[in-house]
Ligand binder design. Structure first.
Ligand SMILES: *Cc1c(COP(=O)(O)O)cnc(C)c1O
Length: 374
């Protein structure tokens, strides 16, 4: 590929941090995780953060902490990574989809309002592609119907909604540090939240339901521990936290670089009749995680073929979750139920977007998109 879909931006600071972490007595959860949690909470504007193994774990643990179980419905968008909906199934709950907004791709508050039933217990809006979801409307619905508001911020560490940072919104916010995310350690995640008692509950839920973690069990004088509820093994280790810490201060600069590429794309594609770009509303600051263009679903795969032939790495975010074989068979979802998610999911292509792209590579992508014959 002339322009790979993604290249990470980790370098000397991260190499140095890993070597330092290997000198510590504790490789698993310890002081570096605590340091990261404090810095990360400050960065996203939340009182507390908890490091976990991945965003899927973050979503699962938050749903458990919110008491979601058998018979409970949780509203999620169909245009997202499968993890958002799967986490509801992991708790025994039922993921109920609601359609997305045609212009932004984000979960539609009106569609959510129409999907609420007496069994609805929570909503998980996704800040899709880095664009913050319509928080004020979701907060009002959550208040009115007594629902837990959990954000999937896997795409959105740096975003802002009406001047508020992403960790200031909702009851819980879940983040991913997966290999291609804006802040990454290969595999990792975090939860931010306001309530300290719930933080301690989440810490336990992500450590088998044990009363003390590994580091405190093996350091100093031995103390007996107990298991007080059934939890999972979702704790973030020090070596991965070490990789994350030096990236935090670079995030604003990296966002500026992605923002500049997005503006070039938007300008260059504005007049093209065979695609549209999604909108970033004026009252939000997008974290610009993915740049997606939307074709007519009838020509999308041909567009992919021509872009790949021109040496452009692309991906698709996302084919709608409700149309996967499992969701159709296990939950009875069908085509036609969520028209906007299906139109975007069926027509979308994500283009390369990362700070290491050279100006020439950005031009190569622009030329290839403008040269499409569909
Ligand atoms: C990446 C992603 C996840 C899952 O993150 P993991 O850290 O891989 O578990 C969840 N939701 C969205 C929207 C994602 O893009």
């Amino acid at each position: 590929m002339k322009v790979p879909f993604y290249l990470h931006h980790l370098g000397d600071a991260e190499k140095h941090a890993i070597v330092e972490a290997l000198g510590d007595p504790i490789l698993s959860t310890g002081a570096r995780v605590k340091d990261f949690e404090e810095r990360f909470a400050r960065f996203v504007g939340a009182p507390h953060a908890l490091g976990v193994t991945h965003c899927t774990a973050a979503l699962h643990a938050c749903l458990l902490a919110a008491g979601i179980g058998e018979g409970d419905e949780v509203i999620v968008p169909p245009l997202t990574f499968i993890a958002t909906a799967n986490a509801v199934l992991h708790c025994g709950g039922k993921p109920v989809f609601a359609d997305v907004d045609r212009d932004t791709g984000n979960l539609s508050p009106d569609a959510v309002a129409a999907a609420i039933t007496p069994r609805t217990r929570a909503i998980i809006p996704v800040h899709l592609y880095g664009t913050p979801a319509e928080h004020d409307a979701f907060a009002a619905l959550a208040r009115q119907h007594n629902l837990t508001l959990i954000y999937d911020a896997a795409h959105c560490v740096e975003g802002q909604y009406r001047g508020r940072r992403i960790g200031e919104l909702g009851d819980f916010t879940c983040y991913s540090f997966y290999a291609t995310k804006n802040l990454t350690c290969g595999e990792g995640g975090a939860i931010t939240l306001k309530d300290e008692a719930t933080l301690e509950r989440l810490r336990r839920l992500t450590l088998h339901g044990m009363t003390s973690g590994g580091a405190s069990r093996f350091q100093g004088a031995y103390k007996h521990w107990d298991m007080v509820e059934l939890g999972w093994k979702y704790n973030l280790p020090n070596v991965l936290a070490a990789l994350l810490i030096p990236q935090l201060e670079r995030l604003p600069g990296l966002l500026e670089q992605r923002e500049a590429i997005c503006r070039q794309y938007e300008e260059a594609f504005a007049g093209l009749g065979y695609l549209r770009t999604l909108k970033v509303p004026a009252h939000v600051r997008s974290a610009r995680h993915l740049f997606t263009v939307v074709f007519d679903p009838a020509v999308r795969d041909e567009a992919i073929r021509q872009l790949n032939a021109a040496g452009i790495g692309i991906t698709v975010n996302y084919r709608p979750v409700h149309l996967t074989q499992y969701y159709r068979e296990a939950l009875g979802y069908r085509e036609g139920m969520y028209p906007h998610a299906e139109a975007i999911g069926g027509g979308t292509v994500s283009l390369p977007l990362y700070p290491r792209m050279s100006p020439e590579q950005v031009q190569t992508v622009i030329s290839a998109v403008r040269a499409l014959r569909l």
